[in-house]
Ligand binder design. Sequence first.
Ligand code: ZN
Length: 657
Amino acid sequence: MQSLWSDQEAVGFQGDLGLRVYSSRLLGRDPTLVLHGGGNTSVKLVELNLHGEPEDILYVKGSGWDLETIESAGFAPLRLAPVRRLAELVSLSDPAMVNALRTQMTRADAPAPSVESILHAVIPHRYVDHTHADAVLALTDTAQGAESARELYGDEVVVIPYVMPGFALARACAEAYAAQAGPRTIGMVLLQHGVFSFGDTARESYERMVALVSRAEDRLRARRAWDLPPEPLAPPVTPLRGPLAALRSRVSKAAGRPMILRTDQDPKSLGFAQRQDIAKLSQEGPMTPDHVIRTKCVPLLGDDVDAYVAAYQAYFVEHSARCAEPVTMLDPAPRVIVDPRLGICSAGVSARDADIVADIYSHTVDTILRATALGGYRALPEADLFDMEYWDLEQAKLRGAGAPPVFQGEVALVTGAASGIGRACVDTLLARGAAVVGLDRNPDIRGHHSRPDLLGLHCDVTEEAAVSAALESAVLRFGGLDMLVLNAGVFPPSTPVAALDMTTWRAVMRVNLDANLSLMREAYPLLKLAPRSGRVVIIGSKNVPAPGPGAAAYSASKAALNQLARVVALEWGGDGIRVNTLHPNAVFDTGIWTGDVLEARAAHYGISVEQYQRRNVLGRPVTSRDVAELVAELCGPRFACTTGAQVPVDGGNERVI
Ligand code: ZN
């Protein structure tokens, strides 16, 4: 790997702490070094206290910050001398250590300092960098890891056997450093955990990290254990959405809440899942303790979730028996599923969470394959994994978690999502925690938002093949479908029946009616598997109860759709699927209300456009947002006992009331 240091970039960062920010970001930029909040860095500075006396201060990465985006405020300032002295204690519980660290902060509103702060304090160099570099882990997650590290680095690094992160690790490192470090020492290798480098400047410490990791990479290359092309593979089963949605349903049941399930079928993922030795490789543990919580200890091989849950319960009972304090079992659902037919599936409570699991496991696959090529991957023993998974600091974090958003872990699909009511529905559903698939015939939908919980798909809903492909993509991305919002529609120019041609009539029916039939039919098997039961919301129209002259095709199409929705509510009620219809009127911030249409309708009633917009009982305009909020509520728990309903959202219409 190459150093990314640039003097030109570095001048933009002020002082020693500024350069600490800069080189931390350089580490964070490289996912082969740190992933999603992993790794930590520090710098030791001298600052004046309130009495004007100089004090040594350790600035160490605070929890909740990611190295890639860290700022000065992301470092917790700690008084160095008392923190360093903590390492002299024979023992200290981790909660007591966390408390002791917080009491040494010189800024009360700083983030909680890293649990590896004491370790940073005992290293007598100004800058300290810590990563979980893939290359070093491939070398040390093996039976001969200690010998390999010693042979490769000689006296330039201190090698530390595996100790769980926290006070015990800080103490072990302090002792090993005091006993083994010499004038040539530039780093520390923590077996089955990661690597530290240190130096007197930000650049020196960072470039020593690059040098240590590069040497591990070179060693792997020399042993033909670095670039491992995927093996030949059989294509995945298709269509996938049935088996994947069924798998997500079982995972969600095991977790006790809806889960997002992302599936990767790239050659690397499928190649790994189809290896001859996958039964052994898939059952190995995580590459570094940092990953235990997010990926669970071992993946599920195949799709037998019940067997996985039973094994997890047995593992919990066996290991929790020796815990001094009572511990609560985490949800037993797998987070990674390796299946030769499907590829690699990653589960999380949100799309972002599932993406993090996928990222971590992708690096784990690389590390397992490289270590295997060196002679055999060796993760931590099960007991160590359990200690990490049920670390009292992690348990405390879980207790502190608030109530999740109402649709967290659920998936909604919205048609006509690029503008107007559809776009507003996308926003309200995202705001309530759902992952959203937005379909639109406008290709701009693909670039609307770039966030992990939104998938924009270019799709003409009148083409059945395109709808089927969109559902496949949706389920590959998020694992299933819980909510369907049928919004796409067209409003043709005002035409009296006497002049209405069949081409216009059929075009309107195709979009407003036929497309919704095929979408509901294709979505039904998925909605049936929704962990909290499926929901369908149909955007109808005021024209259903109160049609207008000149809008025959539109009114008839919406009336037919309304009747279709009522039949669907009857047919799917036994599956727990709720189907409700909204009848908006005069929502003028939508695509169908072009200036021409507005003027034509206003002229038809002989009033101004302004009067036309407020022409309802409440005298208030109705916005896309108003409709979208009601769509989300209809999908939510308040309407749990409602199906087959038609709710107006029109400001009150005399002809309807
Ligand atoms: Zn670490």
